[in-house]
Design a binder for this molecule. Structure first.
Ligand code: C2E
Ligand code: CA
Ligand code: CA
Ligand code: CA
Length: 278
């Protein structure tokens, strides 16, 4: 028995060692990626279920790795969160989104708001000022950029967080609560925060309209959001059946492969220019 515990331990620590190495590798490569311009934002349209038109987009980070090709944020965001590198990444994302919005405006494109994802780690007292500086630098109006935040931030739920949110809203920005339903938020909870949009997490959309539980959850979220007068966006919509169900529930917008995956800026601009509809 002693022997097997020992070999288990060796096996286990070997595995942890591998993970730690992988982590370190990603961390140092990511630092370089920031300097070498290997990062890009892709844009995924949000469409209105009422008009079928593009009414927004989410900016999603991509890493064009010289050897590994396009690396998904699922791989590197967790590492960036752990190491604190997410602060630099987050700044880059904000700046790049504003630069792009300005470029589009200079090209006379009428742009719906672009949403960027914020890590909870970016959410400190200095955030409103940092954002204001970037908006100013590119001459971008605050309502051109929306912010997506996650429930983990609300759970931290201090007055401090609420004050920062209020400051952002006072500047003219809108906040969306991302991945809704996966955390611990409740109705009572949500009321405290100045959030204008709820995004129903993809994990509840997948089972629509066949999984009873998912249907019940989606229905409850939509009902609640309507009572709070919040916009509702369903994410990860892939099928026409899911769309019909969500439309009947009274969901406002959808985002998902059914309409378009996240695409490079130039392709998003083309969709807008050509007036692509649902
Ligand atoms: P998220 O914010 O929930 O973003 C939505 C994710 O769902 C994106 O994955 C998107 O490509 C994917 N998606 C959209 N529609 C569909 C669909 O119909 N089917 C399926 N299977 N997937 C769909 P992505 O781009 O890989 O991003 C993963 C996560 O990484 C994001 O989840 C977000 O949490 C994080 N992330 C991405 N960019 C940033 C960023 O700039 N900053 C921060 N802090 N996090 C980011
Ligand atoms: Ca998001
Ligand atoms: Ca999401
Ligand atoms: Ca999600």
């Amino acid at each position: 028995a002693a022997q097997s515990i020992e070999s288990n331990f060796i096996f286990y620590s070997e595995e942890m060692n591998q993970r730690a190495k992988e982590h370190l590798r990603i961390e140092s490569e990511l630092r370089q990626a920031l300097q070498n311009n290997e990062l890009a934002l892709f844009y995924q349209p949000k469409v209105s279920l009422r008009s079928g038109r593009i009414v927004g987009a989410e900016a999603l980070l991509r890493w064009r790795h010289p050897l590994r090709g396009l690396v998904s944020p699922g791989v590197f965001i967790p590492v960036a969160e752990e190491t604190g590198l997410i602060l630099d990444l987050g700044e880059w994302v904000l700046e790049e989104a504003c630069r792009q919005v300005r470029e589009w405006r200079d090209a006379n494109l009428i742009m719906p708001p672009i949403a960027v994802n914020l890590s909870a780690r970016q959410f400190d007292a200095g955030l409103p000022h940092r954002i204001a500086v970037v908006l100013e630098r590119y001459g971008v109006q605050p309502d051109q950029i929306n912010l997506e935040i996650t429930e983990s931030l609300l759970v931290r739920g201090t007055d401090n967080v609420i004050a920062i949110m209020n400051q952002l809203v006072a500047m003219g920005m809108s906040l969306a609560l991302d991945d809704f339903g996966t955390g611990y938020s409740s109705l009572a909870y949500l009321k405290k925060f100045p959030i204008s949009t709820l995004k129903i997490d993809r994990s509840f959309v997948i089972g629509l309209p066949y999984e009873e539980n998912d249907c019940a959850i989606a229905r409850a979220i939509v009902t609640m959001a309507q009572q709070l007068r919040q916009e509702i966006v369903a994410e990860g919509v892939e099928t026409a059946e899911q769309m019909s169900f969500l439309r009947e529930l009274g969901c406002d917008q959808l985002q998902g492969y059914l309409f378009s995956p996240p695409v490079p800026a130039i392709e998003f601009a083309t969709m807008l220019r050509e007036g692509k509809r649902l």
